[in-house]
Design a protein around this ligand. Structure first.
Ligand code: GLN
Length: 484
């Protein structure tokens, strides 16, 4: 087996038994990157020197007996999380040369745990998109079909984990940006409960929806990363002070006693036949594993997309007001007046999708429209949350496809924003409700990956991991590697 194909827990065993060193592992991963990066382009920045020096430190820690399951393990971070002294671009011209003076809390925690940071991953500009085609730097290709998108906005993270450019990566998820690319690349993507993981140092997109989570090769690895990044953080006012369990404890390959709901509304119009077939087989498998499965109706689902595209742009418009060319980021200077400089900074610094969101958000919040759009969207949000609360009185979790389609072709939807927005129809409602969602490899349709999403009530991460683990152990879909 190639070292770059190892999971975190496999690599940890080998490191602990001194069968390999972190330096060897890190070099194997760097070589793999050099080999596949020409084809997939998942990485914005490669921190080779830093990685090698961190690997050396990790080897020292391991020989001193002072290590964690993540010590010496090569990882990548989405380029919207601050890394001290390392460029953090959000794949935008606006931040192309921005070097943060501090680490995001998640990065700090992983560094303490002994992470070997390999670099930063490509994404849709400011995390706005579902295909990574909105990156202002370059596009990323799906390793399962190089003419296809990897999903987004954490496309670089998903591709890098699928191809072995890291053993795991961090992503952020505002409406599906961890789960949808995970589904498209056949890796595990976890969006925890809103407030579970600190967002201090995450460049804000839509603050009431954003959440950080892991992209990994399997469910055990997801639990291992969650054990480190889930925590209370006083520096994030939305962080919840709720006990953090050992997530690996919930990983039992059996679903007896669990009640699962299958929501009719998620088998939407426009869903591909291949996806539907994979899902039917997956649901049968969940039954076989001991779960009771019943259909459920979540009728407000159909309003989630509309509510999201009012709430997210409204918050984005406010969050992006800070990019005025004064404090940090791109600044247009070749002009006489201050106002002209400000306008040109935003005109040249932001790409088309970001501008579209700013315009949508400004419109939705403007006098006279606020009640009709923003306030109404917030009311819809309450209805969606309550509907989920009711469902979770009867069910331990709800199971849906992660996306209605397999990875689409590069260029296919980029000129049709509405079609692009529809890619997240199954994942958005979960952010609207603030609840956790896990995407796991469910199978393949015509050789392309299909993801299954497992949703639960707030802080039910353990239940979701258990379901994912049992399914994974019984099927092993995630073990297939892309033909690169
Ligand atoms: N695709 C959705 C959007 O464009 C969600 C993105 C995300 O989760 N960051 O807003």
């Amino acid at each position: 087996m190639n070292l770059y194909d190892l999971t975190i827990h496999q690599a940890h065993q080998l490191l602990k038994n001194r069968e390999i060193s972190s330096i060897e592992l890190t070099k194997a991963v760097l070589e793999r990157s050099a080999q596949v990066e020409k084809k997939v382009r998942a990485l914005v920045t490669i921190t080779e020197e830093l990685a090698l020096s961190e690997a050396e430190k990790a080897d020292k820690r391991i020989s001193d007996g002072d290590f964690t399951p993540l010590t010496g393990i090569p990882a990548l971070v989405k380029d919207n999380m601050c890394t001290k002294g390392i460029r953090t671009t959000c794949s935008s011209k606006m931040l192309e040369n921005f070097i943060p003076p501090y680490d995001a809390t998640v990065v700090e925690k992983l560094r303490e745990a002994g992470m070997v940071l390999m670099g930063k991953t490509n994404m849709d500009e400011f995390a706005m998109g579902s295909s990574t085609e909105n990156s202002a730097l370059f596009i990323t290709h799906n390793p399962w079909g190089l003419d296809r998108v990897p999903g987004g906005s954490s496309g670089g993270s998903a591709v890098a984990v699928a191809t072995g450019e890291a053993l795991y990566a961090l992503g952020s998820d505002t409406g599906g940006s961890i789960r949808q690319p995970a589904g498209f690349c056949s890796v595990v993507g976890f969006k925890p409960t809103y407030g579970r993981v600190s967002r201090y140092g995450l460049v804000a997109f839509a603050s009431s929806l954003d959440q950080i989570g892991p992209l990994t090769k399997d469910v055990t690895d997801s639990a291992l990363v969650m054990n480190v990044i889930a925590s209370y953080d006083a520096r994030d006012s939305t962080s919840v002070n709720y006990p953090v369990p050992d997530y690996t404890k919930s990983l039992v390959p059996d679903l007896h006693g669990l009640r699962l709901g299958i929501p009719r509304e998620y088998f939407v119009e426009g869903m591909e036949k291949g996806v539907e077939e994979v899902m039917r087989t997956a649901i049968a498998k969940l039954k076989e594993l001991g779960a009771t499965v019943e259909e459920v109706s979540l009728p407000h689902t159909k309003y989630a997309l509309a509510a999201y595209y009012i709430i997210a742009p409204s918050e984005a418009m406010a969050n992006l007001a800070r990019y005025d060319g004064v404090k940090y980021g791109f600044s247009f200077q070749e002009t006489e007046s201050m106002w002209d400089a400000l306008e040109k900074t935003r005109q040249f610094g932001f790409g088309p999708e970001v501008k579209r969101r700013i315009i949508l958000g400004t419109y939705a919040l403007s006098a006279g429209y606020y009640d009709a759009y923003y306030l109404k969207a917030q009311k819809v949000r309450t209805l969606i949350r309550r509907e989920f609360e009711d469902a979770f009185e009867r069910f331990d979790a709800v199971v849906t496809p992660t996306s209605p389609t397999v990875p689409f072709k590069i260029g296919e939807k980029v000129d049709d924003p509405l079609q692009m927005y529809l890619s997240d129809v199954c994942t958005l409602p979960i952010n609207i409700a603030g609840i956790p969602g896990l995407s796991i490899p469910a199978g393949f349709a015509d050789g392309l990956p299909v993801g299954m999403q497992v949703i639960g009530k707030p802080f039910s991460e353990e239940t979701l991991l258990r379901i994912g683990f049992a399914y994974e152990q019984a099927t092993g879909w995630g073990e297939r590697k892309p033909p690169l």
